[in-house]
Design a protein around this ligand. Structure first.
Ligand code: 26V
Length: 818
């Protein structure tokens, strides 16, 4: 690794402040200082970036293209500094300039080009790919506006645009030389090819945009490797070109300009809900076509046989969002390289792999044929042909089972089913946690698994310990390193060596003291941002994640209401003080989710201001939960709420971040919780609720009626009544919809997420939490064991599995020569 020279770095920062802003360090404001520091850091890594790509070319290594609509990167500066191991030198340099690194890091807006789990997973994967030395591109969209900023006004969520590029992005490099054209609409005509005499399919009368890439560095840990996150922006193709005017086609020129302007405007803020919007499909094809075209061009610069592209290129589809990639690759092979269908199909099969991230049926992508064929006429033709052949395969495999085609066809009921296309076209289909993969194989995708079992595999998610421990929790990171050395930074399995210290009282005290300091840090953040005073000696019980009914924030807050009632009834009851902390964004159009946010804030108002309970319960809703404040929140948590309805949460990754930071899981047997409990032992977690099998059985037999619980359980009835009797809102209709959803439901399915069913079991688990926390030594041991046993959940482990079992990549060592 190149050493960072402090003096050089200092003068670079001074130079950048001067060149960029015509100012001295003293005159510049914090944002300008951030920009200057960021440019100086980028200068430092650019040699490694170039060396990395030179090495890849020389060794001609296979590359994975991780195609994703979302990359939730968060802030770059602090993470890059950490991965350069430059923390000490840069910190000192900055202090010697009279500045403060924390303040500077705080100026950087989060790169929030994602919604939640799926986007953050992509970001963790890129970090691991670089750290492990695998050749990879992240391919996505350079949204002008990322995930909205959440402001809470009067307890309601208000969305504000996230103008993250306002001051420019110092880390990005525009690469106009790699721009490509992407075509939409028009029609397909058949022309005779002069050379070959064969029919050619040509798209005519289309609209097109220019896809222009911007590259962002992804720095590996202490290894000279810098991979690239390539995000595409759309520009108008030669503005009002003369040709158009000659034909009098002024209208078309304007339309093309508008198309370019709208495509990359904004990230769709829905998580788990398919809306079927035309612009979304445009976004998908836009970045996929650009990425696949570039990957093919790059491959052909060094190779002469397109038929072997699978030897050097793999496209990993992050959910079905980029699935048009398979048809785009077919188009390029068949239309541009004149390859016969069967051969093109085999090449495509060997090049594409698909990851499924949810079984929620609302999220499954299905596009109306009318829309699809109008927007992407040639791609649609190709999918029709893929479907025609796939249906024949199904009929051949199951000649007597007519239901199979109905359930498995790619085109059916007037829709294109993207998951079916991804499964038929790829060589690998993976789920993201063991339980999730089993549910895919045995329930959701049963027919596909029966027909093509060899494609199915599991890759349990992971997280990067570099961002979520080394950067987010420096005190604990230092403690761990002091005890066991620093191997854990690149090989998290080593963290198990901490286990022996759980029996050492001094170590436990040190560990809990660090937790306390992190709680003080979060308490300060809460005071500054919410104006609420919280007691860092109370139990910090945290649920941070997107707001969705299946994640059951409602169960959590109903339980708070219940506890509050208990305390009011019985003020002298022994009760360990608790701070219930929430953070969650709701999709702008998801009304019930927004009501749940309002409910949390209304309960907070009442409970926090009730002197009679002596501050024993506090409720805090942290505004604008995002990657940067997540780092602070995980570090300070005692209890990790992972309470989704069993079978619904594919994996979860927040659960792993909490575990790493020594929080104990309070959860259902869902997603990766199952594997967390397996690692840490069930005596070191608090598990409750229905199993996924039980949930699935109820869903099939319809035998669950929440009214039975309402009628027999007075405490639950009291809590539900408080939703509509004015206890938490003078507007009696404010929470009526929530109330109805639990008792009446829509379409005859009340309490779809089994909140009342699991309530008692949850409350009882919460009592176990309180009792365990009161036993300080016991809790310290549990918490510390959670950190010690989380080795499996590094994204380095996940990426090694993808690299070995799906992508077949080789590791690269990078030497910097300049
Ligand atoms: C789905 C959709 C549906 C169409 C409209 C826009 C849109 C945007 C995002 C999504 C993603 C939903 C899937 C998702 O985020 N799944 C989460 O993936 C995590 C990483 O694998 C996993 O830990 C979570 O359990 C899972 O919910």
């Amino acid at each position: 690794m190149k050493e960072l020279n402090k003096e050089e770095f200092k003068s670079e920062v001074e130079d950048y402040v001067k060149v960029l802003f015509r100012k001295s360090i003293k005159e510049a404001d914090d944002q300008q200082i951030f920009q200057a520091v960021a440019y100086a850091v980028k200068d430092f890594i650019v040699d490694q970036w170039m060396a990395t790509h030179r090495t890849y070319e020389e060794k001609d290594v296979k590359t994975v293209y991780y195609l994703s609509m979302e990359f939730l990167m968060g802030r770059a500066l602090g993470n890059i500094i950490i991965n350069l191991k430059g923390n000490q030198a840069i910190k000192e340099a900055i202090e010697e300039l009279g500045l403060n690194l924390d303040v500077i890091e705080d100026q950087e807006p989060d790169a929030a080009l994602g919604n939640g789990g799926l986007g953050r997973l992509a970001a963790c994967f890129l970090d691991s790919l670089s750290t492990l030395g695998y050749a990879a591109y992240g391919c996505g969209i350079r949204y002008k506006y990322g995930m909205f900023k959440q402001v809470i006004e009067n307890g309601y969520q208000i969305e504000k645009p996230d103008d993250w590029l306002k001051y420019g992005n110092p880390f990005e490099i525009k690469r106009p030389e790699y721009a490509v054209e992407v075509k939409f609409g028009g029609y397909v005509s058949i022309k005779k090819d002069e050379e070959t005499g064969r029919n050619k399919f040509v798209q005519e009368n289309y609209q097109s945009v220019l896809a222009v890439p911007y590259d962002l560095p992804v720095v590996g840990y202490n290894n000279n490797v810098v991979n690239t996150l390539r995000i595409w922006d759309a520009e108008a193709i030669d503005t009002f070109n003369l040709d158009s005017f000659d034909k009098g086609d002024y209208q078309k020129a304007v339309e093309q300009q508008n198309l370019a302007r709208t495509i990359c405007e904004v990230l769709y803020p829905n998580d788990n809900h398919m809306a079927g919007k035309e612009l979304r499909l445009k976004q998908q094809y836009f970045f996929v076509s650009a990425s696949v075209q570039r990957a093919v061009m790059k491959y052909m610069e060094k190779h002469d046989d397109i038929r072997k592209i699978h030897e050097k290129v793999c496209f990993q589809l992050n959910d079905t969002h980029p699935t048009v990639a398979v048809a785009e690759l077919m188009r390029i092979l068949v239309d541009e390289y004149n390859i016969e269908w069967d051969e093109a199909w085999h090449i495509t099969n060997k090049t594409c792999a698909y990851t499924n991230h949810t079984i929620m049926s609302e999220a499954l992508e299905k596009w109306p044929l009318e829309l699809f064929s109008r927007l992407l006429p040639r791609i649609y033709q190709i999918i029709e042909e893929i479907n025609r052949r796939f249906v024949l395969d199904i009929q051949r495999a199951y000649p007597d089972d007519y239901g199979k085609v109905e359930r498995m066809a790619i085109i059916y009921d007037g829709q294109v089913k993207m998951a079916h296309l991804a499964i038929a076209a790829g060589f690998s289909v993976n789920g993201v946690a063991r339980l999730h993969t089993e549910i895919l194989k045995n329930q959701e995708l049963k027919d596909f698994y029966q027909m093509m079992p060899e494609k199915f595999n599991n890759k349990t998610n992971g997280i990067t310990q570099r961002r979520f421990l080394l950067h987010g929790n420096p005190l604990l990171a230092d403690f761990v390193t002091k005890k066991i050395g620093d191997d854990w930074i690149t090989d998290l399995k080593h963290i198990d060596e901490l286990s022996v210290y759980t029996d050492d009282e001094m170590s436990r005290k040190e560990f809990m003291n660090i937790k306390y300091q992190n709680k003080v840090r979060l308490a300060k953040y809460i005071k500054e941002h919410n104006g609420i005073e919280v007691n860092p000696r109370s139990i910090f019980d945290v649920q941070v994640k997107r707001l969705h009914e299946y994640k059951r924030q409602l169960l959590n807050i109903l339980h708070v209401m219940y506890l509050y009632n208990e305390l009011k009834k019985n003020p002298d009851k022994e009760f360990y003080p608790r701070t219930f902390i929430f953070g969650a964004k709701a999709s702008a159009g998801y009304h019930r989710a927004k009501s749940i946010i309002k409910l949390i804030n209304s309960v907070a108002d009442v409970v926090n201001n009730d002197k009679s309970i002596d501050g024993k319960i506090k409720v805090v809703f942290i505004e604008n939960y995002r990657v940067s404040n997540a780092e602070i929140i995980f570090a300070a948590a005692d209890v990790s709420e992972q309470i989704s309805t069993a079978s619904k949460e594919a994996s979860g990754t927040g659960n792993m971040k909490f575990m790493l930071n020594g929080a104990v899981t309070l959860g259902t047997m869902d997603g990766a919780n199952v594997e967390i409990v397996e690692e840490v032992g069930k005596e070191n977690a608090f598990i409750f609720g229905l199993s996924s099998d039980e949930v699935i059985a109820y869903e099939h037999n319809g035998q669950y009626n929440p009214r039975d619980i309402y009628n027999t359980d007075g405490d639950i009835r009291a809590v539900l009544t408080q939703l509509v009797d004015g206890t938490y809102s003078s507007n009696l209709d404010e929470f009526r919809d929530i109330y109805n959803s639990l008792l009446d439901g829509q379409g005859g399915r009340p309490d779809m997420y089994f909140i009342l069913k699991d309530f008692r079991s949850y409350a009882e688990a919460q009592e176990r939490v309180s009792a365990a926390y009161a036993d300080t030594a016991k809790w310290a041991k549990m918490a510390m064991l959670n950190t010690a046993k989380c080795g499996k959940f590094s994204s380095d482990r996940t990426i090694e599995e993808y690299a070995q079992e799906i992508w077949h990549l080789e590791k690269v060592k990078v030497e910097v020569t300049t």
